[in-house]
Ligand binder design. Structure first.
Ligand code: NPQ
Ligand code: MG
Length: 371
């Protein structure tokens, strides 16, 4: 696809209240603060979303750091360029180390603009082969096991076909045992620790083996690939990495170290949907199953994740839920569960765009930068 000139970039901070608090091993969220952006190009506009949270609890990036990195470094690189294409954005940003979530959001918007003007959907462009994806749900830590069983039961009634429980030391064996007991051996069940354990906990984590989990996600520190490899040798539950996989190279290294047998792919964490596709390709070539992670995205990121999740290597249900799992009101039309799946958008680009009045009413801060 050809090069476009970027004329302006509009950054917005939006506040989306969550339908219920979401507690993980790194904190409790009650409102999703998100950074969404619009690029205006010579060929039309495109939308992007940065998955960073309000605080550096999941990763080192957070909304304010991403905003500042965009304002000071990344947006000027785009505005000063004579012509860009989505495929060239990573190279253009190469001089800025790290800040993958900020970079991913801008690349997403450039790609959206490019695909809208070409009349091609994200799914078509990425190589999607599915018209709909199986919905999974990530269930936060609750105040009691009884409450957890109610919440999980509610999601199963709604049609979610895979449950992921957030765990941390003190909230692991007991809730997992209770959910397995109540909902049976056929339930697709997995857990996510968001780095809450130490290498010395390997013996404890082995107690999860008896519950036939699909996987345990990121139990150890994001930099501890060798620890995950040691864990994988000691437990029968498949080890899945999330925070550790920041690039296709990290994925290839983790595979050769034996640090994982399954990979969670999140475009924001790895610098964009193009790198996410590259990780999919590396994993697929090595027979490693992947699934699409989630970051409590607005409808923009949700649309892009549905497209990514339509690729052939995404053989496990992802953390792709209907909008109503998180939000009563979103900036786009909501995604709904229909017949047990969520349809992949088919329109040009993301296939959805913000509803102007909804976007305006949820926006708390705006900054426009022009070339
Ligand atoms: C995970 N997501 O897989 C993440 C963690 C996560 C759906 O479990 C604000 C910003 C809130 C980022 C909550 C799911 C977040 C966040 C959870 C990331 O590890
Ligand atoms: Mg995770």
């Amino acid at each position: 696809m050809g090069l476009v000139k970027i004329g302006a970039v509009e950054l917005r901070r939006v506040h989306l209240p969550l339908v219920r608090p979401f507690r993980t091993s790194f904190g409790t969220e009650t409102v999703r603060e998100a950074l969404v952006l619009r690029v205006v190009t010579s060929d039309g506009e495109g939308w992007g979303e940065c998955v960073a949270g309000s605080e550096p609890g999941y990763s080192s990036e957070y909304v304010d750091s991403a905003w500042l990195t965009m304002r000071k470094f990344l947006v000027p690189l785009l505005l000063d360029s004579a012509g860009v294409s989505a495929a060239g954005v990573a190279h253009l940003f190469h001089e800025v180390k790290g800040h993958r979530m900020a970079k991913a959001a801008l690349e997403m918007a450039v790609l959206d603009a490019e695909l809208r003007s070409a009349g091609m959907s994200f799914s078509q462009f990425l190589g999607g082969v599915k018209e709909a994806v199986a919905p999974g749900v990530s269930v936060g830590i609750t105040g009691s096991v009884a409450e957890l069983l109610d919440v999980v039961g509610g999601y199963l009634d709604e049609g979610y076909c895979r449950i992921k429980l957030k765990i941390e030391p003190g909230w692991d064996i007991e809730p997992v045992a209770a959910v397995r007991e109540r909902f049976g051996a056929d339930l697709m069940l997995q857990v996510d620790a968001n780095t809450a354990y130490e290498r010395s906990d390997i013996g404890h984590l082995a107690k999860l083996d008896e519950f036939a989990l699909l996987l345990i996600e990121q139990p150890l520190d994001e930099e501890d690939l060798l620890g995950h490899a040691a864990l994988a040798r000691r437990i029968s539950t498949p080890v899945c990495l999330d925070e550790s996989i920041v690039s296709a190279r990290a994925a290839a290294d983790a595979i050769s170290l034996g640090a994982r047998s399954i990979v969670n792919i999140k475009a924001g964490r790895v610098g964009g949907y193009l790198e996410a596709r590259a990780i999919h390709d590396v994993c697929r070539a090595n027979g490693v199953p992947v699934w699409c992670g989630g970051m409590l995205e607005t409808g923009l990121g949700r649309a892009a994740n549905l497209a990514l999740g339509a690729l052939p290597g995404f053989v496990l249900p992802g953390d792709i839920s209907a909008t109503a799992r998180y939000y009563r009101e979103d900036i786009t039309v909501p995604f709904v569960l229909t017949g047990g799946t969520i349809p992949v958008p088919t329109g040009p680009g993301l296939g959805v765009e913000p509803i102007p009045a909804a976007l305006d009413s949820l926006t708390t801060e705006t900054e426009v930068m022009r070339g």
